[in-house]
Design a protein around this ligand. Structure first.
Ligand SMILES: [Zn+2]
Length: 67
């Protein structure tokens, strides 16, 4: 999945493995966004969890997605 940094406009690709971990971590904390460092400018950017979910297989779907 491609992510674009809102600070420096740098575009980079997230691996499926990384997204799987990010989605799992966000689900635990019930977060809608995953915060990560831009690989270019090192600023913290937010990536939509629901967007990442499309790229990783879900082991189980929690009830009520829009909370
Ligand atoms: Zn950046």
């Amino acid at each position: 999945m491609n992510v674009r940094c809102s600070y420096c406009s740098h575009t980079f690709t997230l691996s499926r493995e990384y997204m799987a971990q990010a989605v799992a971590g966000a689900a635990e904390k019930r977060q809608k966004y995953h915060a990560m460092e831009c690989i270019n400018c090192r600023k913290l950017i937010k990536v939509s969890v629901s967007q990442m979910r499309r790229y990783v297989p879900e082991p189980e779907s929690p009830a009520g997605e829009e909370g």
